[in-house]
Design a binder for this molecule. Sequence first.
Ligand code: ADP
Ligand code: MG
Length: 712
Amino acid sequence: MRKRIACSINDLMRPALLNPLFAPVQSLPGVGPKTGKLFDRLLSGRHSEAMVADLLFHLPYNVIDRRVRPKIAEAEPDTVVTIEVTVAEHRPPPSLHSRAPYKVLVEDETGNMLLVFFLANHQWIERSLPVGEKRWVSGKLAVWDGYRQIVHPDKVLDETGLKRLPPVEPVYGLTDGLYQRNVQKAVEVALQRLPMLPEWLDPAFAQARNLQSFNEALALSPLPKSPGDIAADAPARMRLAFDELLASQLALAMVRAQMRRSKGRPTVGDGSSTARILSALPFTLTGSQQQTIAEVTADMASENRMLRLVQGDVGSGKTIVALLTMTAAVEAGRQAALMAPTEILARQHFERLKPLAEAAGIRLGLITGKDRVAQRRQTLAETADGTIDILIGTHALFQDDVHFKDLALAVVDEQHRFGVHQRLALGEKGMAADILVMTATPIPRTLVLSYFGDMDLSTLRDKPAGRTPIDTRAVPTDRLNDVIAGIMRAVKSGSQVYWVCPLVEESEEVDAAAAEDRYEALKQIFGDQAGLVHGRMKSKDKDAAMAKFVAGETRILVATTVIEVGVDVPAATIMVIEQAERFGLAQLHQLRGRVGRGSEKSSCLLLYKPGLGEVARARINIMRETDDGFRIAEEDLRLRGEGEVLGTRQSGTPGFKVAQLEVHGALLPAAQDDAKLILARDPDLASERGKALRILLYLFGRDEAVKLLRAG
Ligand code: ADP
Ligand code: MG
């Protein structure tokens, strides 16, 4: 057996130096069990414990600058100001039980203003704001009735207090019950425990790029000293972002290096079966399809092990590319496997490809988690003895008891549902099988590099000819009845309709309930012509529901996002998406891609609740403007960046803690080059620098699987 590589990402033992950073936030002094739970929820989702490192990477998205010290008359309304004033007069409410606020008039040489306290603690006000004394008050200045005031100043300070006032205060994303001061205090304590970490960057490189040390950068980022420090391109953030990109590129390069160490076997088909399949196809391949197939078969023919990503928009025809490349493996007397993310898709692939495969004398097998014992035994036996040429399945494909006689090629469809490890596990089933990953989520170039490293890439840019563009409309929910009336007409004249209910909660049960309610309502109108499919149904029932829709027995299919990926019913021409504002752009695009597959004119109705936020409106507009998945992916990235500007988001691009590719993408090529160079010189990360780099991998969670993009 081949020796496992010494630095397999999983096997690195976490250096003890990092222990303080991988201690639970709850272990910090001053963080009790209750606050600790809130930190868990804020930083790592409900079910796992937040670590100190998570806390330190929870960067503030804004700061309050207490150094803005205008005179009263010059203070800008709606900004936070800190003003030196003399207390002029107290105006308590008429009686103790009055609901009127307690007001205090303060002044300077330019004018006066009111401090306003609702439900005030009178004693505190009297103590803190004695008439005739000088005080510094800080808070958001408002103009009300033409008069300047600060309602509930954040700070009321005397000279001593002022000296202790931090000039700049971070503002963190929070969760219910957690306050800014909780986070800030925890961060302060955590920073005191920050171990001195060794430098993992090449000193000359860091100097040339003006990068400070990681320790300096990490000290400054969660506790900014000036407003400029929270900018995504501030030096400290650049350093952290570069480190994170380097960690991810290094992890990817390590996986890649591991694959390269196992040499591939050349697989060359003779073209005989391919020709038969091509002549059985009712269409000719697009230029992109031909080119992609050529690229893949060239990889397969070479000695090197293939790791290639095929990127193709929804409906660009990836399935046939998979079949024809697998056919090349079969022509060479070997086997291929096709892995789909769901059972529905695995079955669909099997059903679709079967007639084509049969035309070429190729035997297909299907394996899912739900097969009967006898059936499964037979499939396993036929896979092991080579009777089955192409095995299609779900993740069940890479269970331990699945053995191939001679697996040449593993195709992973719609890969964003899988992690890198699963991909590789499948590859290990064959003697150095070639791996082809197909993604239906077009990804901007910068993202491809960051998620997949230097994986080879083929792109299906042109779509099959003869498709008419999908008429996309945004419709407010209060016009639901019109929509239903329109659909009734369409169904009467023979159309089929998808009706998608959104992911309302993180819970499949709740989503299923929403879909069931909608189904019940539509059944009142459409009777047996309405069908339902959602993730909580038994797969038998799901398949039955899908099958009825495919056969045209049901005309309107109510669904959750289970139909998002891959399902192909050319006769369906109308897509209704409820609460479209809840979906991400990529997801809307995927869903819309379920229609417009035949030559009939198709339409997509985006139902939304009136009162859309800016980003939601922008998303819906983009959907109406274009159906080019690549452009949509770019816009998605841009809008994520916009979310940042609007202060709604402070974390990095999905899968990243700090790095925001719309800002830091320019650092990627350097990170990638550096990762390559590092592994070329020190493949086991054994040198001093290598050891420091291991620390880097742990810091950014790249010791585990590389987190992959998920739709939406
Ligand atoms: P996806 O890339 O989303 O997986 P599919 O492989 O499901 O797309 O293909 C979508 C539809 O387009 C299928 O019905 C398929 O038969 C059809 N198709 C694929 N390639 C072509 C082509 N070159 N010309 C016409 N139709 C095609
Ligand atoms: Mg597909």
